[in-house]
Ligand binder design. Sequence first.
Ligand SMILES: NC(=O)C1=CN([C@@H]2O[C@H](COP(=O)(O)OP(=O)(O)OC[C@H]3O[C@@H](n4cnc5c(N)ncnc54)[C@H](O)[C@@H]3O)[C@@H](O)[C@H]2O)C=CC1
Ligand SMILES: CC(C)CC(=O)C(=O)O
Ligand SMILES: [Mg+2]
Length: 351
Amino acid sequence: MKIAVFPGDGIGPEVTAQALRVLDALPLQVSLLEGDVGGIAYKRHGHPLPDETLVAANEADAILFGAVGDFDCDNLERHLRPEQAILGLRRELNLFANLRPAKVFEGLEHTSALKPEIAGAIDLLIVRELNGDVYFGEKGMRTTDAGLRQGYDIMSYDESEVRRIAVAGFEAAQKRRGRLCSVDKANVLETSQLWRDVVIETHADFPDVELTHMYVDNAAMQLVKNPGQFDVVVTGNLFGDILSDQASMCVGSIGLLASASLGERKTDYGTFGLYEPIHGSAPDIAGKGIANPMATVLSLAELLRHSLGQEELAKRVENAVAKTLADGIRGGDLGGDSNCAEIGDAILTRL
Ligand SMILES: NC(=O)C1=CN([C@@H]2O[C@H](COP(=O)(O)OP(=O)(O)OC[C@H]3O[C@@H](n4cnc5c(N)ncnc54)[C@H](O)[C@@H]3O)[C@@H](O)[C@H]2O)C=CC1
Ligand SMILES: CC(C)CC(=O)C(=O)O
Ligand SMILES: [Mg+2]
């Protein structure tokens, strides 16, 4: 079993290090392939996603990714910016389905930004499309006839892109509580009208799943008002990006939300995928050793589950995180005072 490890920038290396300690403690023979991504890769190799990193990605059964983003690089041409590393990996590796589970851990109802009785009901999965939408459309800067600078980013989906993520959403709902809510903006956007039409067509193959539709503005509101109503939410790249950060605060912290990015490629053990916390490089706390590594440790659990076929080990890691939280060990993001390494220690002793 081969895992490519791309720690990246900011808190990426700090949180990845704790996940690797957990991996090392498990009864599993794996070899690690290391690679640079993001700002650090640009500084070392002149590109945020160097060829050697892509080679390692293709050789591996799974990728554990930290985060990218470095303010030093924000004035580079867009194709050289750190974020292009994660966008490039998602696209190059055809990882179109991004699963972002959000569930309140026992004992954390009071750390949510919501009232405890509302937060306690959260157990949802956001299935975010990851290879299309406005992130990958034609973009640029131009000058209008009036001589004004104008930026543009084209939003589009073709029906095959919508169908495959709709299938991922319906399949996820079948494995959970059987309810799928498709989130779009079909009252305004043609892209979303196609999205809705194709999701409805695809529903014919999944009659056992209850399908509803919601406009994204309402979904943002409902996520705060009554998040317990959601089982699986399927949505586009941009809406899913925003709603999942919002869901993280409903749960308690962005330092808790893991993700799995999957495509169709199979490995000897499961489905090839990339696993990363939903947060970024957090430059405001980078280097201080205070980031919460739980989202990355939980991403490792998803890696064990989907790419290595190790469901029992995945549960063991998730239970160790849950026990750590139940025992009151928390980082600053959750109002506690444990640092990144101490949280790693606590998870290890509960493994
Ligand atoms: N997949 C990726 O690699 C992503 C990269 N980014 C990049 O990261 C950089 C920073 O972006 P921001 O908008 O600030 O988002 P961010 O997610 O990095 O941070 C937002 C806020 O959450 C806090 N935070 C994030 N993760 C945390 C953790 N594990 N423990 C405790 N606190 C945590 C940060 O300190 C900050 O206050 C940018 O360059 C952005 O482009 C942003 C999102 C995803
Ligand atoms: C940094 C972006 C490329 C993506 C992002 O915010 C995310 O995937 O959550
Ligand atoms: Mg995001």
